[in-house]
Design a protein around this ligand. Sequence first.
Ligand code: BG6
Ligand code: MG
Length: 218
Amino acid sequence: MIKACIFDLDGVIVDTAKYHYTAWKRLANEIGLDLTLEENEQLKGVSRMQTLEIILKKGNLQDKFTPEEKVALTTRKNDWYLGFVVKMDENEVLEGVEDFLKTLQNNNIKIGLGSASKNAPKILEVTGMAKYFEVVIDGGKVKKSKPDPETFLLGAEGLGVLPSEAVVFEDSYKGLTAAINGGFYTVGIGSSEILGEAHLVLDGVKDMTLDKLHSMNI
Ligand code: BG6
Ligand code: MG
């Protein structure tokens, strides 16, 4: 019996993945590097500082900056990102998400959020989605980021369910791996080329139904 759904935020609930990419690409360009869409796939679901480290490593620049300079770089990226966030409202919620969350509520299925983003609470607030989430695990609450399962395990614990009773919705390979590592049922949101290991792959939450949810653990 599925008792809970835990959603990733960026790229699942809202289309913020494009804003993260734009801001990281701008930062990469400023330090003389490029960032392709393909490379960006590896950055999805990764924490802010780890993302910077991956980008720096690409240009062999890991040792060029002091820890303080690295913090300053991530702060710059985040300021640009927040420039997009302040303009966000409920129109940025992806198609079908709110309807599905209402369906879950009406059927007593618990709802949690498991995101690597420290901006997650703010984004839930500006998009009017905060009211649906009983538990929010964001980037500030975990020690180990995805693909470690900690984010989703804390989410399940907060909701009082076992991983085997919960479905995780993820658009990133690292996030999907985290959910699989934690023993959850998984719905990949995006391409089956990247998310083929998920129990179910959909274009968006708009394609999810209660029937599909309950048939996952039969
Ligand atoms: C993840 C995104 O959800 O959060 C990443 O997929 C992002 O792209 C990460 O870098 C950290 O986000 P933030 O908002 O804390 O910088
Ligand atoms: Mg995501």
